[in-house]
Write a protein that binds this ligand. Sequence first.
Ligand code: RP5
Ligand code: MG
Ligand code: MG
Length: 279
Amino acid sequence: SAMHTKARCPVYPGSSTNRFPVPDDKVSWATDWPEYSPVNYTAPSVLKNPVWADPEIGSFSPQFNSLDGSVDRKSHEGKYTVKDGRPLNPRGRTGLNGRGLLGRWGPNHAADPIVTRWKRDCSGQHVSHALSKLPVLQFVSIKRKDCGEWAIPGGMVDPGELVSLTLQREFSEEALNSLEASAEEREKIRERITKLFSSPGFQVYKGYVDDPRNTDNSWMETVAVNFHDETGDSVSELPLQAGDDAGQVSWIDVDSSQPLYASHSHFLQTVAKERNAHW
Ligand code: RP5
Ligand code: MG
Ligand code: MG
């Protein structure tokens, strides 16, 4: 299916490991495929036992499909299958087992803040697209350091963290470089964006992400929320500065021709539709 393509990319990100090729008609676990022989790969950064990663399974038996201490192992997609002690990707085969670059067995929860404004000309008038005649939205996008692709400035939900906080924290870290700001500057950033981020926002998506790092046993899930600066005087006025895993940051036109990381283009399409904007 369209939502399980990047998770089958031939070469696993950050490695020279090739996935076992999985054709469309063999994606589903329900399709019997005795020849399936996925490559096992867990990145050295994960095997080093950092705080954000689980140990290898064996000595460790996590509580799947539930809240395991402060680690949320429930999926937004419903109950997932656990086979031979390992969780199975709810979208099907990826050609690779183990955890790859992901820390958690099963769902790895992220949050994606989609901050938008209307595109304006130098006199402040909304800009409409020549063909669709619809007003053009812009969103705050970052260029990921890991793969060089443009993306929403999202990130992982820390154990026990409220998604509403993750959204604001990741935006601050990646698009406003709050990690390198002084305590005083950080407070200023917080003051400027708290109003926008404390509005409920529009929940764009909740569920599985077609992320190139996904494996048969580990996958990304997200909650994507749109915070819209209608009048252009809140975030729009903030100086953007790339930080953490972002190499660049910029306001980018929301348009179907803009390639984006993972399923992010699909999220932006939903935002454009909701706001009656050009796509
Ligand atoms: C994507 O990975 C999510 O949609 C989110 O944008 C991102 C989170 O991972 P990191 O940015 O922390 O690598 O699947
Ligand atoms: Mg981050
Ligand atoms: Mg990130």
